[in-house]
Structures are given as C-alpha cells and as structure tokens.
Design a protein around this ligand. Structure first.
Ligand code: 8YV
Length: 316
C-alpha cells in the first residue's frame, strides 16, 4: 500500500467501516470539521479517495474541491446522490455495494407489502391504544397471497422480490425500459398498463433523472382505489405530492414506504394516514447486511490502494 493516498470520509459511517479506515491510510472526516468549506479549500488537494454513502452522496461542489481525487467508494447500491456528470467528466472510479443487500431489501419489501395490505402496524396501534376490548378487532383487511404484483424495475433486488412473491402464489409482471427475456415473468411495456393490471405495485428501480416521478398521478390513478404502492428504492421515483393526494382522495388504498422524496423529512399528511406504513430507509439495515456492505467498501478501498482497481466498479 502506498502512503501517497489519503482518504476523505464525507460523513458518519457504520463503526465496522469507520473503525477500519485509519489502518488503510490517513483519513480525515469532513463532517467533523468546524468549517468544512474552509477545510476543503485548505486541504482538498490532499485526498485521492472519497468514502461516502448512497444517502450522503457527493455533490459536484465536493468533487470539484478534491482536485487529486481518483476514486469514490460508496456504501450502498444506489449512487443517485453522487454527481455522475462530475464523475464522468473527471474520469473518476466509483464503487458501490451491489448484491450483498438484495435479500434484506427484498425481505423488507415483502414486509412492507404485507404490513400495508393486512394493516399490521395499524392493528398494532389499535391494540396498544386499548381499542380491542372497547371496540373489537380491526376491520377485515385485504388478502395478499395469489394477487397480481406489478414490479417497476427488475434488477438484482427486483428479481429477489419477485422470487419471494412467487412463494405467495402471486401473478407477476414487470415494467423496465427493455424486456429481460431470460426471466420467467411477463414484461409490460407500459407502466400505466402495469398499474391498471396489478393489485400491488412495488418500486424497485434505481433513482436517476430517467426514473424521476415515474410513479405519477396517472400511474397512481391506474393502480386505483383498491391498489397498494410499496417503495424500497428511492423517494424520487414517486411523485410524493400526487401520492398524498391519491391517498387523501381515496384513489389509492394504501402504501408501504421505506424511502421519501425529501428524506428524512416525511410529509405530515403521510404521518397522519392510517393506511400508510412508514420506515426510515432501513431496507439494507440488518447487522449482517451492513457488515457485508462495509466489508465490500473496505475490499474496494484496499484493491484501489494496492493496484488502482475496484472490486465492484460502477459503470463500464
Ligand atoms: C443504504 C441504500 O441505506 O444501498 C442503497 O442504495 O439506499 C441503502 O442500502 C444507504 O446507501 C446507506 O447510506
């Protein structure tokens, strides 16, 4: 390992990762600096590696402030918060943490679906409020097994969700830009048609300018008053204002959301809605998966420091 490298850690990282960085090469933590902008101006040219997360990201401003940057190693599979134009323009290497989180994110998607459709969290609140002995159990909910599942996105995580849904005897179709003929599920070229067909729509596509607000007011209308939306990908894929309106107008039955357009801010109208299950972006947040993600970030940094390559590079 060469001593010419220096890591800039953008912000807080899980301890299994943060604690191991200093053994690799010198590290500075940007978010700990009293005046991060002044720090970057003074010392930005010292850093060759930026370690960040899918949610912390890396703005063009940050990348521009690091003139000797060579590699960005990010914790998380999604890299929509990293300015890809700046990455390409500078010819930077970028790694993410794919695959190791597929199972836990898929588990959470099924959990959100069952919770929203069967009203688990709402029923839990009912019992805790003491309503059971006073007014009886909650009203019957909606069946999950055997229903029609529409998948928006059918990448690595989407395929694991679809396999889980197969175990619930669901009929599955998916919408992606191009069909994946090797998969056993039917491709639907129109998202509106998919939403019209399905009972439940699960969003599992990456966040990007191309997927921004793909789940529009029209898509929600097509999903309809008996339909449920689940989002475990990025809040930006769903027009959140349209979602709030659809839920309030009874144009949608409910939703299970792990991600939000302006997270960690969650609209008050969603918080007040009994038909919505809200989670604080915890899809990959199990000890086992976070350990695997941290391990993969470390593997990428080690490989880069040793011979200038990444283990899980993003892009060509
Ligand atoms: C992480 C994620 O919570 O992998 C992703 O894209 O959104 C999550 O697994 C996040 O990246 C860590 O900050």
């Amino acid at each position: 390992m060469t001593s010419t490298h220096k890591i800039l850690q953008a912000g807080p990282l899980p301890p299994p990762l943060a604690s191991k960085l200093p053994a690799l090469c010198p590290v500075e933590i940007l978010s700990d600096k009293p005046d991060p902008a002044a720090f970057l101006q003074r010392q930005g040219n010292e850093f060759t590696v930026l370690v960040t997360t899918g949610t912390q990201g890396a703005t063009r401003g940050l990348i521009d402030a690091l003139p000797n940057l060579q590699a960005i190693c990010s914790l998380g599979v999604g890299y929509d918060a990293i300015d890809m134009d700046a990455v390409r323009a500078r010819g930077l290497m970028l790694s993410n943490t794919p695959d190791v989180l597929n199972d836990c994110v898929a588990d959470l998607a099924m959990g959100l679906l069952i919770d929203a459709v069967r009203g688990l969290s709402a029923s839990d609140r009912h019992v805790r409020r003491g309503d059971w002995p006073r007014v009886g159990p909650t009203s019957p909910s909606t069946r999950v097994s055997g229903k029609r599942l529409g998948m928006l996105g059918m990448g690595r995580i989407g395929q694991v969700i679809a396999r889980r849904a197969t175990g619930f005897d669901m009929d599955i179709r998916y919408h992606t830009r191009s069909p994946k003929p090797q998969l056993p599920w039917q491709h639907e070229p129109s998202l509106i048609a998919l939403a019209q067909w399905c009972d439940f729509l699960i969003v599992a596509c990456p966040g990007s300018p191309e997927t921004f607000h793909l789940v529009s007011a029209d898509v929600l209308k097509a999903l309809g008053p008996q339909g449920y939306l689940v989002n475990i990908s990025r809040g930006t894929v769903v027009d959140e204002e349209a979602l709030v309106a659809a839920l309030e107008n009874g144009e949608l039955a409910g939703a299970g959301l792990d991600v939000f357009e302006h997270e960690p801010e969650v609209p008050a109208a969603l918080i007040a809605n009994e038909h919505v299950v809200l989670l604080p972006h915890v899809g990959s947040a199990t000890r086992e998966t976070r350990a695997a993600m941290c391990g993969l970030v470390l593997d990428n940094i080690r490989a880069f420091l040793a011979d200038g390559r990444l283990v899980t590079p993003v892009g060509p």
